[in-house]
Design a protein around this ligand. Structure first.
Ligand SMILES: Cc1cc2nc3c(=O)[nH]c(=O)nc-3n(C[C@H](O)[C@H](O)[C@H](O)COP(=O)(O)OP(=O)(O)OC[C@H]3O[C@@H](n4cnc5c(N)ncnc54)[C@H](O)[C@@H]3O)c2cc1C
Length: 441
């Protein structure tokens, strides 16, 4: 039985970053990365493959690069024996000193009448799966997407923009879109943008069954029937924690339970990424953290802590960006619906600016909403704009929230200014929104 100092299971963003950091931090350690699939695609950009903006070949996930960090084995880990620091794959077994489990996510599945008909797809990130889905999207005139979360909207937006004349319907069981992370006004704006791309959204609508002979032809819902030639089911992710559950590691809501150093509940084992549990940096509550950015960070954090607790995870600030129609929509922290659900009294403060200056240089508008608690603590924010400027403001707001900044500190905060790339120094939207809050409080 072969021994490795460190074994990483899963080579997604968490496993990849863990392996890269291991190579930098512990150059003499023997490292093995095991991934059960090869020929993968970068998941985040699959919607752009669907629209044809990105060729399948150019969206290849760089799995082979892992070989620069250690050995790569394409095999499935089937079980773990923490008491003997042993790991079993479908073909062999290995001993380890340290193990990082980064087995990621699986798509949540529907179990309804007709669910196994042809033409009903879940996300499959293999190159074969993405190529097949692209062919299906191109040849289908009536596409129904189930769920209106970030991924579903990403697909609907790209398909709608690329293929005029297709009937695209998004069905959402709840009364929100985009996972409810934007305020109702922003949601309405997104819905208008979707509509301009030919995408119809039906909220508060529950799928009950699928009909068809061999292939799906109808989606049956509590609001009526929808004719369809293709169904994409995007109703969320579940943590892929089976090997951890089976060997008795502690889990929380299905996620592998980790402490602030990403240590799981057995000696030498760490968990990172979508399969691991996460806490909110805002209030310590459980958050799912199922995004690539958190996985990438987790991979590095687990590697840093492998041979001694060095860096604490102080929790994550939920954040994300999506593209709908002509705009990008970003959020960080807790916004309207989340704060309402948590019963936190909040004050919403907004401001508008531009992503360059002076306007004549060619700038586009930016809008910022900030959410403060009654005492002025920044809890969340939303940014809407037409450029990459959205990303930098979301990052900025996310860090201010993580640092538990109050409105006065936000108003006094410093950001860089450069005409082609940033808001004008005379109209800094995050700082101005904080001033608006202070004026009203
Ligand atoms: C369409 C789409 C768009 C997205 N867009 C974004 C975005 O814009 N921004 C963002 O931050 N996130 C986005 N995400 C989410 C992001 O892709 C995931 O959060 C991220 O991939 C999780 O990384 P991970 O390393 O934790 O797990 P994964 O990427 O799931 O990697 C886990 C790996 O482990 C392997 N594995 C699992 N079990 C075993 C086993 N037993 N043995 C061996 N190998 C195993 C799997 O095959 C997989 O390769 C998107 C996802 C999708 C599907």
């Amino acid at each position: 039985m072969e021994f490795y100092d460190i074994i990483v299971v899963g080579a997604g963003p968490a496993g990849f970053n863990a392996a890269k950091a291991v190579r930098e931090l512990y150059p003499d350690k023997k490292l093995l990365v095991i991934n059960d699939r090869d020929s993968l695609q970068i998941p985040c950009s699959i919607p752009y493959v669907m629209s044809g903006k990105l060729p399948v070949k150019k969206n290849a996930y760089p799995l082979e690069k892992v070989k620069e960090f250690g050995e790569l084995l394409i095999d499935r880990v089937v079980s773990l024996e923490p008491s003997s620091l042993t790991l079993f794959t479908s073909e062999s077994k290995f001993k380890y000193e340290k193990l990082i489990i980064s087995t990621g996510w699986l798509p949540r599945r529907l179990n309804l009448e007709g669910s196994s008909l042809e033409g009903i797809y879940y996300i499959d990130t293999t190159t074969k799966g993405v190529s097949k889905l692209k062919e299906e999207v191109e040849s289908s005139d009536k596409i129904t997407l189930i769920g209106a979360g970030f991924i579903s909207l990403g697909f609907a937006d790209q398909i709608g923009k690329a293929f005029k004349g297709k009937e695209i319907t998004v069905i959402e069981a709840g009364d929100h879109i985009a996972s409810g992370v934007f305020c109702r006004d922003v949601e309405s704006e997104m819905e208008r943008e979707l509509s301009s791309c030919g995408v119809k959204v039906i909220r508060n609508c529950k799928v009950q069954a699928f009909e068809g002979e061999g292939r799906v032809r109808k989606v049956i819902t509590d609001k009526g029937e929808i004719d369809t030639s293709l169904v994409l089911v995007f109703i969320g992710f579940v943590p892929n924690s089976r090997i951890a559950v089976d060997c008795g590691l502690k889990v929380e809501r299905g996620f592998i339970k980790v402490d602030e150093y990403l240590r799981a509940s057995a000696e030498g084992i760490f968990a990172a990424g979508n399969c691991a549990s996460h806490k909110s940096a805002i209030d310590g509550d459980f958050v799912s953290g199922m995004v690539a950015s958190v996985s990438a960070r987790d991979g590095r954090l687990a590697a840093l802590n492998l041979f001694g607790a060095k860096v604490k995870d102080s929790g994550i600030v939920p954040a994300g960006i999506t593209e709908v129609g002509s705009k990008f929509y970003g959020f960080a922290g807790y916004t309207e619906r989340v704060l309402e659900r948590k019963g936190i009294d909040f004050v919403l403060s907004s401001s508008s600016s531009f992503d360059g200056y002076p306007q004549a240089i060619g700038s586009s508008p930016l809008k910022v909403n900030l959410y403060f608690d009654q005492k002025g603590l920044l809890l969340g924010g939303e940014v809407v704009g037409e450029s990459r400027g959205v990303w930098s403001l979301v990052e900025f707001i996310k860090e201010l929230i993580a640092q538990r900044r109050r409105a006065e500190e936000v108003a006094a905060s410093l950001t860089v200014a450069f005409p082609p790339q940033t808001p004008p120094p005379l109209l800094q939207p995050v700082q101005d929104a904080a001033l608006n809050f202070l004026r009203g409080s």
